[in-house]
Design a protein around this ligand. Structure first.
Ligand code: ME8
Length: 511
């Protein structure tokens, strides 16, 4: 039996409003989850990372308690995901008791096994950056990132014995070269491992917004707490829990800046618990603006709600997945989104749907005729497999390019076979048969497109299916299993609104 598919996103810091980068990773996970559901059981987890100094500071600045702050912001994130048609199965919050319970249980277990021990942390600490620095890394005795004065700290901390897992990590990396993608991140993490690993401090005593260490002595470091969300959501540790079916995760999606936590610390924690590492961690690239990572602290973040309003969520999803090979950085610009909307989506796809259904109305009273000889379908046989393979291999751009071969083949067949001329000769039975065969294939092609596009553009795919006259939800059930010729003759279409309205580039204001 096929193993269930489990896909995760990072849990996002709830220190402010979401931006398009957060929508990006979550939309990618959504494509995977929707595709996986056509083949079996899938579970898609996302959520919010609510502890730590950063969130506590944001709450304090707003004059709220951290919990009130988080409670007020969570709906904003859920609205974001609704606006982007995200079909998550579970939304975890690290302040939920179901999560805190698992984190404390894991802490206790690892303390018993000796993987967590009490030690002394000494070093130069930059309070602004919340980071310890090796003496050798200081620049003129100051913090190498912000240039501020560092202070010598010596404190008793709980440590995770990360160094003990270095050999196993090296061995794992070498024998599973595809477990971490893309290659650039794999190479970077491998060289970190080769340099050596220190144990990892997992307790904090200088603030209290976190999960309490069992038995007292401060709170658990936010990263140790956060990583465990991937298994606390599966009720880890309870006999018969979903964990037993869904773990190891099929794909864990992250941005490349958090690769070290996910691909060095995380597998070691799992091994310490006697569990498997995830099957694949994919550390994708950044959306950039003028060459810099888009982010809240960078001051260059775009409001994803305003974008969805202006361009439509499906156009944005298409842009984000089509613009660059998955893994690479790519620059965000409104001009590029508009070009994708007007060209690929409006001219190629939208026009195809509009003119096919208009011809169906005119030539066949809007009803799908019986199938004839398949001319178009024969050449497209391999497409569903290619699309599914590309999606599950996280080559989304290639998947979309393969889907566009269907769009191009259908448009070309209209231009070449000129149905309007066959219509003029409709009294000739051969011309009428040829017209019907073509109209059937155009409709069948639209059915395929509704299914192939459903993971990427759920709303527009459903609209294509609706206009074609398919039963609700049918198009979401197939992907790899699509066969040419399954569309029922007699299906009654219901042409409707234009799928992708043209967007005009805003004129620079003259004021
Ligand atoms: O790091 N381009 O949360 P976070 C692409 N809470 N993706 C981007 C992006 C950009 N410019 N900006 C953000 C955290 N992202 C931790 C994670 S997991 C156990 C804890 C996406 O709110 C990308 O997925 O800073 C990145 O890794 C994530 O948002 C960081 O979100």
């Amino acid at each position: 039996m096929k193993r269930p598919f489990y896909v995760t996103t990072p849990i996002y810091y709830i220190s402010g409003n979401p931006h398009i980068g957060h929508a990006y990773t979550t939309a990618v996970a959504d494509v995977l989850a929707r595709a996986a559901r056509t083949e079996g059981e899938a579970f898609f987890l996302t959520g919010t990372d609510e502890h730590g100094q950063k969130v506590a500071n944001a709450a304090a600045a707003a004059g709220k308690s951290p919990q009130d702050w988080c409670d007020a912001l969570v709906p904003r994130w859920q609205e974001l995901f609704a606006a982007f048609h995200i079909s998550y199965d579970d939304f975890i919050r690290t302040t939920q008791p179901r999560h805190e319970r698992v984190v404390q249980r894991v802490f206790e277990r690892l303390r018993e096994s000796g993987d967590i021990y009490l030690g002394t942390y000494e070093g130069w600490y930059c309070i602004e950056d919340e980071t310890f620095w090796l003496e050798a890394k200081l620049v003129d005795g100051k913090c190498p990132t912000c240039g501020r004065t560092v202070t010598w700290l010596s404190e008793n901390d709980w440590f995770f014995r990360l160094s003990a897992y270095r050999d196993r990590l090296l061995e794992y990396y070498r024998s599973n070269p595809n477990w971490l993608r893309p290659k650039s991140v794999y190479n970077e993490m491998l060289s970190l491992l080769e340099e050596g690993l220190d144990d990892f401090s997992i307790s904090r005593t200088n603030f209290d917004w976190g999960i309490e260490i069992p038995g007292g002595g401060g709170v658990i470091y936010v990263w140790f707490d956060a990583l465990l969300n991937y298994i606390s959501a599966l009720d880890y540790g309870t006999p018969g829990a979903p964990f037993e079916r869904f773990w190891p995760a099929s794909v864990q999606l992250i941005g490349k800046e958090i690769a070290r936590f996910h691909t060095i610390v995380w597998p070691a924690v799992l091994w310490a618990l006697g569990e498997k590492a995830p099957e694949l961690v994919f550390a994708h690239g950044w959306i950039t603006v003028d060459g810099r990572k888009m982010g809240k602290s960078m001051g260059n973040a775009t409001d994803p709600f305003a974008l969805a309003e202006r361009f439509g969520a499906d156009t944005l999803r298409y842009f984000l997945l089509r613009e660059a090979p998955f893994g690479s950085d790519f620059s965000y610009s409104e001009e590029k989104i508009i070009a994708r909307n007007n060209d690929d989506l409006g001219n190629d796809l939208g026009n195809l749907v509009r003119r096919s259904l208009a011809m169906l109305t005119k030539y066949c009273d809007g009803v799908v005729p019986s199938a004839g000889e398949p001319f178009i379908g024969a050449a497209l046989e391999q497409i569903p497999n290619r699309v599914a393979d590309a999606i599950f291999d996280l080559r989304f751009r290639e998947a979309l390019e393969a889907i566009w071969q269907v769009v191009t083949a259908l448009n070309r067949s209209i231009d070449e076979r000129k149905p309007w001329e066959l219509w003029k000769r409709r009294d000739d039975p051969a011309a009428k048969a040829s017209l019907d065969a073509l109209m059937y294939e155009l409709c069948e092609g639209l059915r395929w497109l509704a299914s192939l596009l459903a993971p990427f553009m759920p709303e527009k795919a459903a609209e294509i299916a609706r206009q074609l006259g398919l039963a609700e939800g049918d198009h979401e059930r197939e992907l790899r299993s699509l066969r040419w010729g399954a569309l029922a003759a007699g299906t009654r279409s219901a042409p409707g609104a234009v799928l992708f309205a043209r967007i005009e580039v805003a004129e620079p204001s003259s004021a």
